[in-house]
Design a protein around this ligand. Structure first.
Ligand code: ADP
Ligand code: ADP
Ligand code: MG
Length: 655
């Protein structure tokens, strides 16, 4: 039975595509909505119909409830799936959808409201008998009150935005002297991200682990759980790799956590997919009295595929059935766990540069279909090769999901699959994710939310470009290549009849220029000499030493090593001129807003000193001095800057 004939998906990117896949399998027609920037996006191409709803900024398109509801009415859709983010946890939107005679695929407005603000949710859960994180979640917001409460709770404390989500507006404070500044920063971020600067203060749990329980309710009063996920691998309170089940989970702990989660959902008459997030004290193993409610996410979660992998349940199908009034498809005792699954979030960002978000066209985008062991790799993405990561939305490229019979097998598969992923055109975090998957503590299941920060330098280190990588890149850049399937020598035959052909070219990596010469030999091989050193011999297709060949894209060539993209710029005299002029300039790496200028013209600054805070992609990034010097000019607070805008100019250094 088909719960609906046609639904509208009020979202974009991977989650819109993922919802369309299930709807299509169930024979349900789909309507996509899109902004200007997404006119040709994958979710638009995948859906049966698409409606343009406004300009690129989400506030003028994906967040405009009226346009989305009009699009549903105009196309005859019966229900709206909100995905995650955007309007998914907006109770006013739910009411407007229902007032228009449409079904909202998600919980009721009152249930969302009950969990919408972290402080109110904690008060409600306390009443329902669910353990909550000790802290102050009252209404007072004055600095003196909050600072006093923080001292009573005992440092370290965590300041959180009441309206928070996605780790935004959150600050850990170790010392009372830092409380005031941390509060201002949390408020600023909360105001910008949620338009609400209220905060709460919590005890910071030592050796924290994040373990959450997937719950599902229907409109007949049934609530079940679909076991737990562990999302302790985090950076700045954002999830990086998630897994199910949680490593080290005991029968007693699972029983206590799932019972508390079901109780929480029942307390608010919950319908649909939801997640109860708990913070767990991991300092002494998992103990049934060592977990506390943090918040409930009243929607489908980004990491839901790991639950799908270990339960065999399609959560979107359940959402659609429950929204249409059907009872839950399975009873609690029919829901079982099988194997272990991981999800890694592939983002356009540069781990080596403090995880600065990146944008750009993905000229190459290739994922493995299976791990080295033959296990299938699930890729959830909203992007195809040739599409761009735009500055308007979340810079997620894809989610990579792998399952194994046990944790070790699944983790090996995850690392394999990440190392076999080849993305070029923008900077992505696959090398970092692969290093994390291979990290000894992570492999041992000894993960707390501080692991990544503790070992950040090692996890984000990029391998040096070695002779082999340079040779492969030079070969790709030289244009000598074997046509698909044919004898590689054929491609060269025309001009290498008697004499080997040789090409000299220059590759640039950072400040360094590398000279290479590529010589074709009459045996399907090429020799590449780097900086006049000894030559390396490679097959003409560039697959040296079992490595995949380097990939060419406009102005660049990229070779891969353990999931890291090693990128070389091709010599371009014009670009070089711009580069040289840049020695005393700091430019904006991406469009953003200058939030704070820490220095003024005339100031003498030292290397590493913070100069500016740039807000981009809803996060704050600190721009530090690259060397000692005197500032000639600096961008003003409140300035809107675009990619490449000069932020800081240094006085010319006396020589
Ligand atoms: P959590 O699961 O802890 O809520 P997630 O990482 O799932 O955190 O998501 C963080 C927040 O950002 C959520 O509110 C989610 O809805 C939102 N979000 C994440 N990715 C996107 C996206 N691509 N588009 C819109 N919103 C997003
Ligand atoms: P968000 O809505 O941004 O997801 P959460 O309240 O879920 O906010 O917290 C995000 C992350 O911050 C958690 O997954 C956890 O890693 C960390 N965190 C939250 N509360 C605490 C706490 N009291 N002690 C230690 N870490 C915490
Ligand atoms: Mg959370």
């Amino acid at each position: 039975m088909r719960p609906f004939d046609k639904i509208l998906i009020a979202n974009r990117g991977e989650i819109a595509c993922r919802i369309i896949r299930t709807a299509r399998r169930m024979g349900i027609a789909t309507v996509a909505v899109h902004s200007d920037a997404d006119r040709h996006a994958l979710h638009v191409r995948m859906a049966d119909e698409a409606v343009h709803i406004g300009p690129s900024p989400a506030a003028e398109s994906y967040l405009v409830a009226g346009r989305i509801i009009d699009a549903a009415k105009q196309t005859g859709a019966q229900a709206i799936h909100p995905g995650y983010g955007f309007l998914s946890e907006n109770p006013t939107f739910v009411e407007a959808v229902e007032a228009a005679g449409l079904v909202f695929i998600g919980p009721s407005a009152p249930a969302i409201r009950a969990m919408g603000l972290k402080d109110a949710a904690k008060r409600a859960m306390e009443k329902a008998g669910v353990p909550v994180v000790p802290g102050y979640h009252g209404e007072a917001q004055e600095l003196v009150v909050l600072a006093t409460k923080a001292s009573e709770i005992g440092y370290p404390v965590l300041i959180k935005a009441s309206a928070g989500g996605g780790g935004k507006g959150m600050r850990k404070v170790d010392d009372p002297a830092q409380f005031k500044d941390a509060l201002s920063a949390a408020r600023r971020e909360a105001k910008a991200a949620f338009g609400d600067e209220r905060v709460l203060v919590e005890k910071y749990i030592t050796k924290p682990r994040h373990i959450e329980v997937q719950v599902f309710g229907d409109s007949h009063g049934n609530v079940v759980h679909l076991y737990e996920r562990d999302c302790s691998a985090q950076r700045r309170h954002q999830k990086v790799i998630e897994e199910a089940p949680a490593p080290g989970m005991t029968k007693e702990m699972r029983a206590a956590m799932t019972k508390a989660a079901v109780k929480a959902a029942k307390a608010i008459g919950y319908r649909g997919a939801g997640t109860i997030e708990f913070i767990v004290d991991g300092s002494n193993g998992l103990r049934p009295d060592g977990f506390w409610f943090m918040e409930m996410n009243t929607r489908l979660q980004v990491e839901h595929p790991v639950t799908e992998a270990v339960t065999g349940i399609d959560l979107v199908e359940w959402q659609l059935r429950v929204a249409a009034g059907e009872p839950l498809p399975l009873r609690q005792e029919e829901i079982t766990l099988d194997g272990h699954a991981f999800e890694a979030r592939i983002y356009a960002e540069d781990p080596a540069k403090g995880f600065l978000p990146a944008i750009g066209t993905l000229h190459h985008l290739a994922f493995p279909q299976a791990t080295a062991n033959g296990a299938p790799v699930r890729i959830d993405t909203g992007i195809a090769q040739g599409d761009a990561i735009s500055p308007f939305y979340d810079p997620m490229v894809a989610k990579l999901i792998v399952k194994g019979a046990d944790r070790a097998e699944a983790l090996e598969g995850l690392a394999d699959a990440l190392e076999a992923t080849r993305i070029a055109g923008s900077t992505v975090n696959t090398g970092f994710l692969a290093a994390l998957a291979r990290h000894a503590d992570f492999a041992a299941g000894d993960v707390d939310t501080g692991l990544i920060e503790r070992d950040q330098a090692a996890l984000t280190a990029v391998p040096e470009a070695d002779h082999r990588m340079i040779a492969q890149s030079a070969l790709a850049a030289s244009g000598l290549k074997a046509p698909g399937g044919a004898d590689p020598w054929d491609a060269l035959a025309g001009y290498t009849h008697f004499n080997p052909i040789a090409r000299r070219l220059e590759l640039m990596r950072g400040e360094a220029t590398i000279a290479a010469s590529v010589t074709a030999r009459p045996n399907g091989k090429v020799e590449v000499a780097v900086d006049n050193g000894a030559a390396i011999t490679l097959p003409v297709d560039g697959t040296g030493g079992g490595q995949s060949p380097a990939l060419l894209w406009p102005g660049h060539v990229t070779v891969f090593d353990k999931g890291h993209a090693i990128d070389f710029r091709l010599h371009d005299p014009f670009a070089e001129a711009l580069d040289h002029g840049g020695a005393d300039l700091l430019t904006a790496p991406m469009p953003g807003l200058v939030k704070i200028a820490h220095a003024r013209a005339g100031d003498t600054v030292t290397k590493g000193q913070p100069l500016l805070v740039l807000e981009a992609m809803k996060m704050e990034h600190t721009i530090a001095a690259p060397h000692d010097g005197v500032i000639a000019d600096i961008a003003t607070e409140g300035a809107q800057v675009s990619d490449g805008t000069v932020l800081v100019r240094f006085e010319e250094q006396a020589t």
